[in-house]
Write a protein that binds this ligand. Structure first.
Ligand SMILES: *[C@@H]1O[C@H](CO)[C@@H](O)[C@H](O)[C@H]1NC(C)=O
Length: 287
């Protein structure tokens, strides 16, 4: 039954697939999970802010669990001296064999560049880090960070520019996240032991509280229900055209953009880390 589940689901998916198109209200879509009043929903639900001080960070998560989606969020990161701070924004399921798709923003001294750290976990296994500098100052304005997660691939985008793709390579024996529903999580926390220059630069608590702000959450996504066997919507089924994200893949323009981002802004790629993988890179890097 466990093995059959996904197959049953996929056939159901073809027959009646309802998606939620949600132009978000933070009260409706999210709940604060830790940090007490350090996390705040503002402007009647139009924005949310997280803060970090010496005593604690803060975080929130989506009320819904999703199985596939195209999810956009705008973030404005901790400004000024953000060294030692990490703003994590990710999708994750639960348990030791969980799936996870990560954006993590590693802060820096004023004027020095943030690192955008990305990773993909499947069946509890990560070790797929890629890191980038950004082509703008992510603390001055809001920028859109998007995850497209469908049965064929996962695409990370920044302001609509794809920077990373993780393809479904199950045919080559690589696990792919497709059976475990995930929530959206975000948190702002202290990681001075590793975040900035590998931990050399510590958090300056004289600058606290540190604040990151969120707005314009937008999800075209499949909401997973407690029965776990069907994918239904709490809104009316959307028109067939708006479900195109389920089959979306990178076109030649998207591939060119990924090459641009990787050529000019990628600072770490596990695929080329021969020290770490002396036996040769993981399968998904060469497939
Ligand atoms: C911080 O700035 C330094 C110096 O430019 C750079 O080497 C480092 O990659 C930057 N980012 C982080 C998170 O350490």
């Amino acid at each position: 039954m466990k093995i059959k589940g996904p197959i049953v689901f996929l056939s159901h998916l073809v027959a009646t697939y309802f998606v939620v198109a949600s132009a978000g209200n933070f009260y409706q879509d999210f709940e604060i999970t830790w940090g007490d009043s350090r996390a705040k929903i503002l402007e009647n639900g139009q924005s949310l802010s997280l803060t970090l001080d010496k005593a604690s960070g803060s975080g929130f998560r989506s009320k819904n669990e999703y199985l596939f989606g195209k999810i956009d969020m705008q973030l404005k990161l901790v400004a000024g001296n953000s060294a030692g701070t990490v703003t994590a924004y990710y999708l994750s399921s639960l348990g030791s064999t969980h799936d996870e798709i990560d954006f993590e923003f590693l802060g820096n001294l004023s004027g020095d560049p943030y690192i955008l750290h990305t990773n993909v976990f499947t069946q509890g296994k990560g070790n797929r880090e890629q890191q980038f500098y950004l082509w703008f100052d992510p603390t001055k304005d809001f920028h859109t960070y998007s995850l497209l997660w469908n049965p064929q691939s996962i695409i990370f985008s920044v302001d609509g520019t794809p920077i990373r793709e993780f393809k479904n390579l199950e045919s080559k024996g690589v696990d792919y996240p497709k059976n475990q529903a995930m929530r959206i999580y975000s948190s702002l926390w202290d990681a001075e032991n590793w975040a900035t220059r590998g931990g050399l630069v510590k958090t300056d608590w004289a600058q606290a509280p540190f604040t990151a702000t969120y707005r314009n959450f937008n999800a075209q996504a499949c909401v997973w229900t407690s029965s776990g066997t069907s994918c239904s919507s709490n809104k009316s089924p959307s028109s067939s055209s708006s479900q195109s994200w389920l089959r979306e893949s990178l076109d030649s323009n998207g591939i060119a953009k990924i090459h641009w981002a990787q050529k000019n802004y990628m600072i770490y790629n596990y695929c080329t880390d021969t020290k770490r993988f002396p036996q040769g890179p993981p399968v998904e890097c060469i497939a």
